[in-house]
Design a protein around this ligand. Structure first.
Ligand code: SAM
Length: 187
């Protein structure tokens, strides 16, 4: 059976992330991706995870248990990546889940400008062969604008340097998520 966007995002990460790698979860939420990445990078790797809601950090800390030692959890927007992560730090992979936190305040959403700022900061640090995955949820107010801007940003990346994939079930109702995977080919 074809993989859901969530499962496909994990497969795409699993293919390139190995022990000792440094990776970013740009939208921590309930910490599902932070935990998945913490398991992949092992005890010698590191996960940098960002969210603007205290609730996200609380949930993620609970989920991580002892694996918290291999993570840095920031109560800060992903637009602060340049302030929080050295520009010399190579990143093997990153993931965004855009939109709002399920079962939480639907007004607190990711926004096009800050999302693009974060994507730029990640792509500068991405290793050759590394991947940035963006899962776009856009059924909410403001979601359509963000979807269009993120698609435009990724479509405009130079093909000599990046390969960009989209994955979506196009006959599903209720705004099925769009997965984008940007893989770096050259520095
Ligand atoms: N990956 C998460 C999980 O496993 O539960 C779900 C993420 S949820 C769709 C989107 C999250 O982005 C919300 O928790 C929201 O608080 C967060 N968010 C909104 N603006 C943000 C920003 N500027 N930087 C980082 N996170 C942000």
């Amino acid at each position: 059976m074809l993989l859901t966007a969530l499962h496909f995002s994990h497969q795409l990460l699993n293919e390139v992330v190995t022990s000792g790698d440094h990776v970013i979860d740009a939208t921590m939420g309930n910490g599902n991706d932070t935990l998945f990445l913490a398991e992949l990078v092992g005890s010698t790797g590191h996960v940098y995870a960002f969210d603007i809601q205290e609730q996200a950090l609380t949930k993620t800390r609970q989920k991580l248990g002892n694996l918290i030692d291999r993570t840095s959890l920031y109560l800060a927007g992903h637009e602060t990546i340049d302030e929080n992560i050295s520009k010399h730090q190579s990143i093997q992979a990153a993931i965004f889940n855009l939109g709002y936190l399920p079962n939480s305040d639907k007004q607190i959403i990711t926004l096009p400008e800050t999302t693009k700022q974060a994507m730029q900061a990640i792509l500068k640090r991405l290793t050759v062969g590394g991947r940035m995955i963006v899962v776009i949820y856009y059924g909410h107010a403001g979601g359509e604008t963000e979807k269009n801007e993120v698609l435009h940003f990724c479509q405009s990346l130079p093909q000599e340097q990046f390969t960009v994939l989209t994955y979506q079930f196009i006959n599903q109702k209720n705004n099925p998520p769009i997965l984008l995977c940007v893989e770096k080919k050259h520095d």
